[in-house]
Design a protein around this ligand. Structure first.
Ligand code: GAL
Length: 655
């Protein structure tokens, strides 16, 4: 099982991105004093330090970093050292314009922001490798160093000429021949047949809809090229410090990386998570990303970034009300985080993110934000020994795959109202509200350990994945799938019959006549609940059971929810309560129980190892029944059969 390395040693890592180059040296001393006060034991250093480290080509300015590494070490703060390669210095773009990425219109993404690097540029890769090599050589043996953080939120696509050449190489490796590429992309449509590899382009701007096969492969290529950049730097640091873990931070609900594939190459899986404090489902959105990250890590993971207060990139940026930062941090620990970190330590006074919160806000050490951070640091220290290193797997797997998302989110589809992350959120919310512990899995993973597998939507499935689902059900598993599942193969070629024949057979669908997508705000009666977003004109086989039927309108009497044996198919998006009831019923049928019975509204219970986390996401105090005798690690008191939690209150109970 992956772990966070010696850095944790029974402690939850607590800290954040530290950007001392934005501050004079006296502030560094105040920083470490406040870090000690807050129980900060880990900072991520150097994420955006390239121009400070290499102010001109080939120069090295390590003195300031030497001072900081020593200062942090002397104050008991470990360092997650970042390679600075996500924000190249201006000189790199000026001297080597080939390092700058181009958007789909051919426009250059200039320096002056960040992430302005072309993943395919040999020059960029050479400079990135050189600074990584020198950083690793210089600090590999430093006692403050606990982990490597490569680049930051890899996401930049590139449509330029060097990327075009790399795309052709990638396609040659995938398809071998132009004939195979023409077949995979369906280039017979609209006269797109390629006679030469040189004619093949990245998914640049076109007059009208683009070739979907090309777009899908371009997204795969982008993820793979960024992964190559990551691997090149990872291999350098690993050569210097084979004993230290390496990570890079994901943003899983942005679509740029195939995080299943990437996670295989990380020692520690880390994630950035910024739910909106005003969003009534902020806690559930957080839980979704946490469940996904734990599943990718198959063990403890790292919350690399969250915000102590407001972010600055929403239209309206709300602060976290008192107690919410603590609650959401404990929620992450409950779901397997062994590190609770922030962007960033000290709120900037200049630059593009000066209105983004920090652990030390503009209000300073007496501000509410820092006071709450301090309290959280003490609490995490109190529970660290009991939680770190432990892992609890769920009984339910929600299947998710980036390639399927990429294929299914293209232009020219039946309804632009169908948004993949929203579908995922709806299904995860149903499980979350039913207090059913949930993992995520890839459709080709071994699913046999799960009693229930839920497929919110997997538009494109490989044959291997289809066979995997069939094997799972044949082996005794229960499967519930939502609409637009199994429509296309891995080339985004629609399966004959509009849905994979093996899956139609499994669910008991004789004919899928038509899809009937619904308008925004429209819903259909399904006998007891309303369906939203989508409906289908299905003809079932004799042995399938209609669990719910459409009432009225064109589809009157046709199945909305269909079941054959242990395989369920849901051809609409049931309103939230109905989807929750359906999944609760199916889960109960497999013997899965909620984490705790009788939980009040807005209270969440999560098991991690032998601990039970109880979290009140509401603003009203609640009493929660917890049968038996427990010890609350946060208050140090005994809990007999019930406990009361105040607004945003939390308890960490040991039996
Ligand atoms: C993250 C990024 C940080 C910071 C933060 C602001 O996406 O990694 O550097 O920009 O967002 O929320």
């Amino acid at each position: 099982m992956p772990h966070l390395g010696d850095a944790t040693r029974g402690r939850i890592l607590f800290g954040g991105d530290y950007n001392p180059e934005q501050w004079p040296e006296e502030t560094w001393h105040e920083d470490v004093r406040l870090m000690r006060e807050a129980g900060v034991n880990s900072v991520t250093l150097g994420v955006f330090s390239w121009s400070r480290l290499e102010p001109e080509p080939g120069a090295r300015e390590f003195g300031w970093l030497d001072t900081l590494m020593d200062l942090l070490h002397a104050n008991g703060v470990g360092v997650v050292l970042a390679t600075p390669t996500s924000a190249p210095p201006p000189w790199l773009g000026r001297l080597h314009p080939d390092t700058l990425p181009r958007d789909e219109n051919g426009g250059v993404e200039w320096w002056g922001g960040r992430q302005h690097f072309s993943h395919s540029s040999a020059t960029y890769r050479r400079y990135a490798a050189a600074i990584t090599e020198d950083l690793a050589a210089r600090y590999g043996g430093h006692p403050a160093l606990t982990m490597w953080h490569i680049n930051n939120e890899y996401c930049t696509a590139d449509h330029g000429d060097e990327a075009a050449a790399a795309f052709r190489r990638w396609l040659r490796a995938r398809y071998g021949t132009l004939d195979a590429l023409n077949t995979a992309w369906g280039t017979a449509f609209w006269s797109q047949g390629y006679d030469s590899w040189d004619a093949v382009l990245p998914a640049r701007r076109t007059h009208y809809l683009k070739n979907p096969g090309q777009v899908l492969d371009f997204r795969r290529f982008t993820s793979d090229m960024l992964l190559e950049c990551y691997l090149a730097e990872r291999d350098i640091v690993a050569r210097h410090t084979p004993h230290l873990p390496v990570t890079t931070n994901f943003m899983p609900l942005f679509s740029g990386q195939d995080a299943w594939r990437w996670a295989e190459e990380e020692d520690v899986v880390s994630v950035d998570l910024y739910p909106d404090p005003r969003d009534p489902f902020g806690a559930q959105n957080g839980a979704l990303v946490q469940d996904m990250t734990r599943s990718q890590a198959r063990g403890p993971w790292m919350l690399m970034e969250q915000a102590a207060g407001p972010v600055n990139w929403r239209g309206v940026n709300h602060p976290k009300p008192r107690g919410l930062n603590r609650l959401w941090s404990l929620q992450a620990v409950a779901r397997g985080a062994d590190a609770v970190c922030y962007f960033q330590w000290r709120q900037s006074r200049q630059g593009a993110e000066k209105f983004h919160s920090g652990m030390v806000s503009h209000a300073g050490e007496h501000g509410r934000t820092f006071q709450e951070v301090k309290r959280l640091g003490a609490e995490l220290a109190a529970i660290g020994g009991a939680v770190t290193g432990t892992h609890t797997a769920g009984d339910i797997a929600v299947l998710h795959d980036w390639h399927s998302w990429w294929a299914g989110s293209q232009e020219g589809r039946p309804s632009t109202e169908v948004d993949h992350p929203e579908i995922l959120r709806s299904w995860h919310r149903a499980l979350w509200e039913a207090h059913l512990a949930t993992d995520f899995a890839h459709p080709e993973h071994d699913l046999s350990a799960y009693r229930l597998v839920v497929v919110p939507q997997l538009y494109a499935l490989t044959d291997t994945a289809v066979e995997n689902l069939l094997r799972y059900v044949r082996g005794g598993g229960t499967l519930v799938a939502g609409f637009l599942t199994g429509v296309a193969d891995e080339d985004d070629r629609v399966r004959p019959g509009g849905m994979d024949a093996r899956l139609r057979d499994l669910f008991g669908i004789r004919t899928l006549h038509e899809w009937w997508p619904l308008d925004p705000g429209e819903s259909v009666e399904c006998g007891g609940f309303r369906g939203t977003l989508w409906s289908e004109e299905l003809e079932k086989t004799e042995d399938a059971t209609t669990e719910a039927a459409y009432k009225g309108g064109e589809l009157d009497g046709l199945p909305a929810v269909l079941r054959t044996g242990r395989a369920w198919y849901v051809s609409t998006l049931p309103e939230p309560g109905a989807l929750r009831d359906l999944l609760t019923r199916v889960a109960a049928g497999t013997g899965i129980r909620p984490v705790l019975d009788g939980l009040p509204d807005r209270v969440e219970a999560v098991r991690r190892g032998d601990l039970l986390f109880v979290l009140n996401h509401g603003r009203e105090p609640v009493t929660v029944e917890v049968p038996g005798t427990h010890h609350d690690l946060l208050t140090g008191t005994a809990v007999e059969d019930a406990l009361t939690l105040g607004r945003y209150g939390a308890a960490v109970l040991r039996p």
